[in-house]
Design a protein around this ligand. Structure first.
Ligand code: G3P
Length: 214
């Protein structure tokens, strides 16, 4: 399973990358707005740090505008995957961009049929938002299970990025289901590595070492 990091924060990206846990990066307008730099400068910096797909999102709502923004973003670096919202215009844009060899990540996916359409349009990645479905008392992981099954039934190449990840269980269950990628916020990534028994074990080894003959 590939781990992407869901942030535009350069320090977090560098730290997670040094742990060997960054196969790619996803950003969105909200994550970009939290940082100081300009959008394109941040994306360029990320591309210099991480050798993997870097998602940058368009803001246009019409197909022509999305395509124009996407071509510009794709020109920044070969690893850019252009995030396109899951709308009718988004599907049109994905179809065009796919024929031009520009990588796309269809975002804001909340139903299995939206994911099926994204794959048919030729999306490189599809991003189901599990946490935001959980927020509505709908099990977001069921959506991931449905997309995995549909994509397997028809051998689609589109890779599933489990997005809106809020806790370690989202990552665990997605891995068990065979989702290709989880895009993980930095705070959740750190939680994956932690276990109280590990901390307790380290402490007791350190205490005993003080008593050992050296
Ligand atoms: O990058 C898209 C997605 O991961 C956003 O997550 O927490 O804002 O629902 P969240």
């Amino acid at each position: 399973m590939k781990f992407f990091i869901d942030t535009a924060n350069i320090d977090e990206i560098k730290e997670a990358n040094s742990m060997g846990m960054v196969d790619g990066v996803t950003t969105n307008p909200t994550l970009i707005a939290k940082e100081d730099g300009k959008f394109e400068d941040i994306i360029k910096q990320i591309c210099e740090i991480v050798d993997g797909p870097i998602s940058a999102e368009v803001i246009s709502l019409v197909a022509d505008g999305m395509v124009a923004e996407a071509r510009k973003l794709a020109g920044i670096h070969k690893n850019i995957a252009v995030k396109i919202p899951m709308t009718i215009d988004g599907l049109k844009a994905v179809r065009t961009l796919s024929s031009e060899g520009i990588k796309t990540n269809v975002t804001l996916v909340f139903s299995p049929l939206q994911a099926l359409m994204a794959a048919k349009a030729g999306a490189t990645f599809v991003s189901p938002f599990v946490g935001r479905l959980d927020d509505l008392s709908q099990d977001g992981l069921i959506l991931v299970e449905q997309i995995v099954e549909i994509y397997n039934n028809y051998a689609f190449d589109t890779e599933i990025i489990v997005a809106s990840v809020r806790n370690p269980l989202h990552v665990l269950e997605s891995a068990m289901m065979g989702a290709d990628i989880a895009t993980i916020p930095f705070n959740v990534l750190k939680k994956l590595a932690a276990h109280p028994m590990t901390d307790k074990g380290i402490q007791s080894f350190l205490d005993d070492w003080k008593k050992a003959k050296k």
